[in-house]
Design a protein around this ligand. Structure first.
Ligand code: HEC
Ligand code: HEC
Ligand code: HEC
Ligand code: HEC
Length: 121
């Protein structure tokens, strides 16, 4: 890797994240919306990445430092294939963490039965 790139990555990392080696989230991905047949799910990406107990790999589980981060949908698609279907992957990761933090008595997002707090028509 070129030294200039390393310096830039280090500075951005310090500004945006507790862990200097993590890349920053692109500004146009700070909030991500998923269009589903039950309504739009709004995901505050930057807010989630800034939680004290998350790293990029908490969600981007196949990513290795130095690689470009891929969208979940690059692998998780409508129908299950080599990777579980998108619906399963997202519900497992999103709801799983919310149930974990609420179980510890800490702030959490919408849990299993709270469909309409995520899927907003
Ligand atoms: C924490 C937020 C959250 C909660 C709670 C949640 N979902 Fe989802 N759901 C999502 C996300 C994110 C996706 C993935 C969308 C995608 O693949 O683009 C999804 C996908 C889906 C899909 C596939 C839709 C499509 O158009 O591909 C269905 C159906 C669905 N959810 C139903 C439900 C139902 C029913 C509940 C409640 C029992 C529920 N969800 C609770 C976030 C949530
Ligand atoms: C709480 C889960 C979560 C955390 C933590 C997280 N992300 Fe994401 N990220 C997502 C989701 C969900 C998407 C949307 C994927 C999709 O559309 O298929 C995404 C998308 C992205 C994309 C766009 C990929 C593309 O090609 O569309 C980038 C870049 C990215 N994340 C970078 C990061 C970085 C850098 C970090 C750590 C600082 C991070 N993310 C932390 C969940 C997370
Ligand atoms: C490069 C391909 C790839 C990308 C990108 C990817 N995944 Fe996966 N994912 C897989 C494969 C393959 C599996 C099944 C094997 C395993 O568990 O590692 C999997 C498994 C999972 C599981 C376990 C599902 C279950 O049934 O318990 C979850 C949850 C998950 N992925 C969520 C995500 C989310 C959220 C993102 C984006 C932030 C993402 N994945 C990005 C390939 C990918
Ligand atoms: C690693 C844990 C973790 C994961 C993974 C996670 N969340 Fe959250 N989420 C939280 C916590 C903690 C909060 C509460 C933050 C607070 O109130 O301080 C939250 C809050 C939320 C909220 C309510 C606040 C708001 O932004 O409107 C929504 C909606 C939400 N999450 C959606 C999602 C979706 C969709 C995904 C998957 C793409 C997801 N979350 C994945 C931990 C997580």
């Amino acid at each position: 890797m070129r030294p200039l790139f390393l310096v830039v990555a280090f500075v951005l990392g310090c500004a945006g994240n507790a862990l200097a080696e993590e890349p920053a989230i692109p500004a146009d991905k700070a909030v991500i919306q998923f269009d589903t047949k039950l309504g739009v799910v709004t995901f505050n990406h930057q807010m989630h990445a800034d939680l004290s107990f998350t790293q990029c790999t908490s969600c981007h589980h196949t990513w290795k430092p130095g690689e470009t981060i891929k969208a979940c949908h690059a692998c998780h698609q409508k129908k299950e294939g080599e990777s579980p279907a998108a619906k399963t992957a997202f519900h497992t990761r999103c709801i799983g963490c919310h149930e974990y933090t609420v179980g510890k008595g800490e702030p959490a997002g919408p849990q299993k039965k709270m469909c309409k707090l995520c899927h907003v028509k």
